[in-house]
Design a protein around this ligand. Sequence first.
Ligand code: NI
Length: 169
Amino acid sequence: MIRPILRYGAPVLHRGATEVQELTVATQGLLDDMIETMYAASGVGLAAPQIGAEQRLFVADASSGRSVEELFVVINPTIVEADGSQHEEEGCLSLPGFTERVVRYNRVIVEGLNRDGQPLRVEGEGLLARIFQHEIDHLDGSLFVNHLHGIKREVIVRRIRKLRRAGKW
Ligand code: NI
């Protein structure tokens, strides 16, 4: 089922999510909804808090649905290795209409569990590394604007405030 994607300002997006203790039927349903919602929105990643679930899991697909092998489901993810840096344009389904260049590691190794509860270790480089870092940020209650400084961040926050006052956010 396609679920509504929460936007910047929704409290659940600004709180940290909690570790998944047990993979239940509900967890599998949540993951299916996240995958469907991500593809419907033409996204490359989606974290559980974005659809209101405060659980540490995300889905990612750098191909945005063009190639099935590129779909990753990671439960309780942690970055265990990171190196290099990249400075690329980034957006977020919870911040529609806004993009900005963000500094990220160029390569990361993420460990967690797959949807069968088996240990998972995945390496991402470039875009995939960026998606992993972006989604894990969501699980920590952080959005890409938190990586921006000064005026760049102010401009976005002010425009969102204005949209919200106009009932358009
Ligand atoms: Ni996002």
